[in-house]
Design a protein around this ligand. Structure first.
Ligand SMILES: Nc1nc2c(c(=O)[nH]1)N[C@H]1C(S)=C(S)[C@@H](COP(=O)(O)OP(=O)(O)OC[C@H]3O[C@@H](n4cnc5c(=O)[nH]c(N)nc54)[C@H](O)[C@@H]3O)O[C@H]1N2
Ligand SMILES: Nc1nc2c(c(=O)[nH]1)N[C@H]1C(S)=C(S)[C@@H](COP(=O)(O)OP(=O)(O)OC[C@H]3O[C@@H](n4cnc5c(=O)[nH]c(N)nc54)[C@H](O)[C@@H]3O)O[C@H]1N2
Ligand code: SF4
Ligand SMILES: [Mo]
Length: 740
């Protein structure tokens, strides 16, 4: 009796060093205090502090809503009626359906929707990709939903995906433009806001260019320049006009390191199209006053060094790739490339990682080649080819998955799709045009999903396989684009009863599919092998056991990392990796595509559904769908702890609300020709008139009439990719009305 009481009181508390491993913008190392097997508390590292969501991942891991058993659909698709079945039966069924579809239609009838929700290099969605490659292949998707415009623009302009500075360099900048960049909320690098604060303390001026007055702007910026979405290229062109007119551009830099500036200057001055890109011209398009444009141009050209830190959202507009290309061109015009405190305004990957095929960082479990595709297309979305026509021949652009299911080969898509396999995505919610998704779903013969929760996508599956969270497995990862460290994410808790990891599921399916050679290694052996595939990591991680134990490995830098330092210091011996060996303001490769919508120099192309579209008569407001601070896309939406911190609303300026009779807190309907959604109005001067905004990721929740009352952004978005593959999620016109 006495002993039992004593045992009861014994507290077995251990510290597990691990980290967040999601597509969340950060990926922070932290310690978790685990009491008798239950995670209790997260403790951050000094300089790499978790965001508000980090703490909610604990609630999520233990949520009573977690799926605990494989499910088989019994009701209609989407009705949400399932029965629990055994793992044996579920896996047998998935394997049998894969074999049936392969035999009847061929491998291209299988569409993989592979997500990025878990970012470990062993257990990522590559586990399914590898399996299905060994099974004969599949129809894949291309086009990163996040950063296709940034990636393709960096590859064209600089010849590499890596084009940025480690964040500790920010302190060297005298002027920082936060261009469509809100890292205090849409985290882009755990270390970003910390270093921006340091830069401000060191005297830098910061200017935010954003249709919304964000928390980052409120806390850090000296000035807010509101701009109409999708018009940023026009602003950059007018800045270029001012610089050229006033002779402020760095002619020596341009002559030495770039090709094509003269063609660009002719276009900017209106010599090629009769339209000088003056500040007055840009004022009409962007809504930014011409005096402000001139001032910004002069400031950016004369305050050295200056960093234009570009977010990803302006690139997620129609022709968003032009904005990234123009931003890089202005970085060159101001000589801010390859120097401390400057910024090439390109895509950013972890410094030190050799540029590769993949948008994500570094090697993973070898995915193997997709046998239905030709060699050389590259294994991943955002592949090595920049030619969209080539990619479209074998893959479907991710924004057009629903259209491809509906239209198939007859509609010009590479295959007729019968089987949808979803891993680490909430496709119905997160791909554009959710109504079209609902139309496409019935065309499919079979849908499988691996999930942790009954998400809006899981509801439509025929079989749902419950998976473990990132705290229930070991892996290693790199930070999200910035951050000079590696993390070994150690297991915090035992797998939730009834759940398996994605890797375990694929291993068991491999046996049923008769696939050999899927995996011959243990978890630890794989992790070691993957590390060995990365030259930078092999150098850094000399002692694996130490890495695992300490969980974080910090890369020791003698100074901040600056892309293209060598190219600028000694151009003779260090050409850029572009065909010309220089920064390509003019790209011959683009010229060869002979597509007026993919011009060889950065060009302002008015977006579809812009302010001058005929559609404004019915749908006069531009919509921005930002990344909300309380969720990772749609992940965490069902966790009250964070959801209640910032209610999901539509931001609307009082000048737009008042003629519509809308008061703060009213229920409103946001709609266009594609769909409608009901949510709460947030009247605020923090959004410019003519623009409304809502966070992406709120769950699609149809009421009894099929009307969404969840505020799902993608009911309103258009499923048309930009010509170079950008996901144009910030280009849409809508109307907002009071809901009676
Ligand atoms: N309108 C609009 N749409 C957007 C965007 C936008 O700005 N506007 N942003 C786009 C961007 S940048 C992105 S990256 C995408 C993100 O879209 P998704 O990749 O769909 O991301 P989530 O909504 O987080 O959904 C991921 C799902 O994976 C599940 N999951 C988490 N961990 C695991 C795991 O280990 N295994 C498995 N099998 N499942 C797991 C989660 O429960 C969750 O339901 O959304 C895009 N959609
Ligand atoms: N809290 C949180 N952080 C995240 C994520 C998350 O889901 N939640 N997701 C992560 C992922 S996967 C990604 S890809 C990144 C996305 O990172 P971003 O794309 O940079 O993030 P967003 O919030 O979509 O947009 C940033 C800002 O751009 C503004 N903006 C939108 N359109 C335009 C435009 O046309 N012009 C200008 N000038 N500004 C515009 C928005 O108002 C917003 O304030 O965030 C990462 N970080
Ligand atoms: S969600 Fe991402 S950024 Fe936030 S604490 Fe977790 S790992 Fe860090
Ligand atoms: Mo993303």
């Amino acid at each position: 009796m006495e002993n039992a009481q004593k045992n009861k009181r014994t507290r077995d508390i251990i510290e597990v060093r691990t980290g967040g491993c999601n597509d969340c913008g950060g990926r922070c190392p932290y310690k978790v205090w685990v009491e008798n097997g239950v995670a209790r508390r997260i403790e951050p590292y000094e300089d790499l502090r978790p965001c508000v969501r980090g703490y909610a991942y604990r609630e999520r891991a233990y949520s009573p809503e977690r799926l605990r058993s494989p499910l088989e659909r019994v009701g209609e698709r989407g009705e949400g009626k399932f029965k629990e079945i055994s793992w044996e039966r579920a896996l047998d069924k998935v394997a049998a359906e894969l074999i049936r579809v392969k035999e009847k239609y061929g491998n291209t009838a299988i569409l993989l929707a592979l997500g990025s929700a878990f970012q470990g290099h062993l257990n990522g969605s590559v586990v399914l990709q590898r399996l299905i490659n060994l099974f004969g292949g599949y129809t894949g998707l291309w086009g990163s939903l996040s950063a296709e415009a940034a990636a393709v623009s960096s590859r064209i302009t600089y010849g590499t995906l890596t084009a940025g500075h480690s964040r500790d360099d920010t302190v060297n900048s005298k002027l920082i433009l936060l261009w469509g960049f809100n890292p205090a909320e849409s985290i882009i690098g755990t270390d970003t806001t910390f270093n921006l604060v340091k830069a401000k303390e060191a005297g830098a001026r910061l200017i935010a260019i954003d249709p919304r007055y964000t928390n980052t702007a409120a806390v850090l910026a000296d000035q807010w320049l509101p701009i109409y979405p999708g018009t940023d290229t026009a602003l950059l062109l007018a800045m270029a006009f001012t610089m050229i007119q006033k002779g402020l551009h760095d002619r020596n830099f341009l002559d030495t390191y770039t090709v094509g500036f003269d063609a660009f200057a002719d276009y900017v001055l209106g010599k090629t199209d009769g339209e000088p890109k003056t500040p007055a011209w840009a004022e009409q398009i962007t809504g930014v006053a011409k005096e402000e444009i001139e001032k910004l141009a002069i400031d950016y050209a004369t305050t050295r060094p200056a960093a234009n830190i570009t977010g990803l959202a302006p690139g997620r507009t129609a022709y968003g790739e032009q904005w990234h290309r123009a931003a890089a061109t202005l970085a060159a015009m101001t000589g801010n490339i390859g120097i401390h405190g400057g910024e090439p305004a390109g895509f950013l990957r972890l410094p030190g990682v050799p540029s590769g095929e993949r948008l994500s960082l570094g090697p993973t479990l070898p995915p193997l080649r997709n046998p239905v595709e030709p060699e050389g297309l590259g294994p991943f979305a955002g592949s090595s080819s920049i030619d969209p026509a080539l990619k479209n021949r074998y893959r479907v652009h991710s924004t057009q998955a629903w259209d491809a299911i509906l239209k198939g080969k007859a509609g010009g898509y590479p295959s007729d799709i019968k089987f949808l396999y979803i891993v680490m995505r909430n496709v119905i919610n997160q791909y554009p045009n959710t109504k079209k998704a609902l139309e496409a779903i019935p065309k499919l013969e079979f849908i499988v999903i691996h999930e942790q929760f009954m998400t809006p996508s899981a509801k439509f599956a025929d079989i749902v396989l419950p998976v473990t969270t990132h705290w229930e497995k070991n892996d290693y990862m790199r930070p999200w684009l910035t951050g000079t460290y590696f993390i070994h994410t150690n297991k915090v808790m035992e797998p939730f009863p009834g759940c398996k990891s994605d890797f375990e599921i694929c291993q068991e399916l491999a046996v049923r599919l008769g696939v050999t050679g899927y995996s011959d290694k243990s978890e630890e052996e794989w992790i070691k092998e993957i590390i060995a595939l990365a030259p930078d990591m092999t150098e850094e991680i000399a002692d694996y056991a130490k890495f695992k134990k300490e969980s974080i490995h910090r890369i020791q830098l003698t100074e901040p990392v600056v892309s293209f330092k060598e190219q600028i210091k000694d151009p003779q011996h260090n050409p850029f990796s572009t065909p010309s060996g220089k920064i390509e303001i003019y790209s011959e490769a683009l010229a060869e595509m002979e597509n007026p919508l993919i011009p060889p120099i950065p060009t302002y192309i008015p977006t579809w559904e812009g302010r001058d579209d005929a559609m404004v008569a019915k749908y006069p407001l531009q919509l921005v769908t930002f990344h909300a601070k309380t969720r990772t896309h749609s992940t965490l939406y069902n966790i009250a702890l964070v959801r209640d911190l910032e209610p999901h609303t539509v931001w609307i300026n009082p000048l737009d609300a008042s003629p519509r009779g809308i008061a703060h807190g009213d229920k409103v309907k946001a709609f266009n020709q594609r769909g409608e959604t009901v949510l709460t109005a947030n009247l605020t001067q923090r959004i410019m008139p003519g623009v409304v905004a809502l966070g992406e990721g709120a769950w699609h929740r149809p009421d009894e009439h099929g009307i969404d009352v969840g505020g799902c952004a993608n009911l309103l978005s258009k499923d048309q990719p930009s010509p170079l593959g950008s996901h144009a999620s910030n280009t849409a016109l809508v109307q907002v009305e009071k809901q009676h």
